[in-house]
Ligand binder design. Sequence first.
Ligand code: FAD
Length: 473
Amino acid sequence: MSDLLLDQLRAIVGAPNVLTDGDLTAYEQDWRKRDRGKALAVVRPGNTRQVADVVQACAAAGTSLVPQGGNTGLAVGSTPDASGQQVVLSLQRMNAVREIDGANMTVTVEAGCVLQALQEAAEKAGYLFPLSLAAEGSCTIGGNLATNAGGTQVVRYGNTRDLCLGLEVVTPQGEIWEGTSGLRKDNTGYDLRDLLIGSEGTLGIITAATMKLYPMPAAQLTAWAAVPSLDRAVTLLGLAHQYLGAGLTGFEVMGQFALSLVVRHFPAMRVPFAGEPSAPYCVLLENSDSESEDHARARFEALMEKAFEDGCITDAVVAENLTQAHQLWHIRESIPLAQAEEGLNIKHDISIAVSRIPAFVASTDALLQREIPGVRLVNFGHLGDGNLHYNVQAPADGDSKAFLRDEEARVNTLVYEAVAEFGGSFSAEHGIGALKVDKLEKHKSPVALGMMRAIKRGLDPQNILNPGRVLRA
Ligand code: FAD
């Protein structure tokens, strides 16, 4: 049966685009190297018709598909299970920018387009495509949409969902839904676009999308501030909203321990205020200005002056030029990599109302340190969106593999129960994938879960798309 299916797939996409032999690690292993599956084949269609034909062939054979973009997702959603019976459908060859419509301020792009390539295409045409995250050199817009990725500019431009005006989708039956109209108003029944966004490849395969473009800011300034506490960081955020208005395009917070990992593992990087006791937290702020650099600087200076006065910051540097700004962002973006260098760790991508974050961190830090003496807490994230990466690293002298094996379940329970107590979400950005199916069952309301299951059954009764991801198979 699988030989017959493989022959059909080769006939659809061409034999070189059906990979069965050789090293398939890049497709079969998740980004964090925590999970390794085995694919029946990796299939690389070149256009939407081919995607539809592949889905039809697989559905007829009863073979499930795992859509995959850049395979940078952090919830084990884009790699096959261990059965050796799933087809990985890689969208990477479908990477064209189909159209930039200046008057409509939109770009229509194929799902496999790498995010950075999309940003560059927009910039070349004189526009800004504001989605930005540390994986932008390899993640794809299809994957960003399927996970409703957030990133560093959500505080101004929203999540990927807010940037999308339309989708082209292949259904689990292999039909093509053409919805890339680029309309900003369209109240004609259920919003299928919003349903597909964030569905992690379980309801349809996104093959193209129409995304919003924005004017390029006239100037962009980045500052790095030493902050005496998380509480003060939250007050600083309020001031930044007040002083910068829509110019506030980034507000990231980083705890000293997170920064110390960058210093240890990437010693060439110069991290401002690293190790300074007066700076238990650092904040990265970005101000995008539509007028001029002078105007941007004046507004930034007014903000900083007030922040000093109010005791929200103890020191600050403002990048002199774009290179310095990129260096500051690079430090922030290197934290996950520095953490990986330090060893396996337990990650939590949580969101809580901004006002409640300091209390959450204080009480949860204390709880974990009481329960697991010596545990190291890595705190950083998009404070502007109430989104923290609240990660837990083994004690300094501990074996990180053993720590994960012995403590992960307990740590997760402690953290997620604390998140629930504070009215937060256990998955702010990274989705559910295979990693958090049980958490979804535990923390989502039964009514919401029932509606989700009904949608999945209604759209994909054969359970052909990404089974076992988001919802139990
Ligand atoms: P993949 O990993 O290939 O897939 C992710 C999910 O989407 C899977 O369930 C897959 O089946 C599905 N999928 C992929 N393509 C399609 C498609 N065309 N149609 C239907 N389903 C599809 N996320 C954030 O939100 N904010 C961040 O700041 C952030 N930073 C990150 C930093 C690093 C270093 C890394 C490694 C990841 C980060 N992420 C972040 C995770 C983020 O979800 C992914 O990087 C990205 O959005 C996934 O894109 P991808 O193309 O790699 O998708």
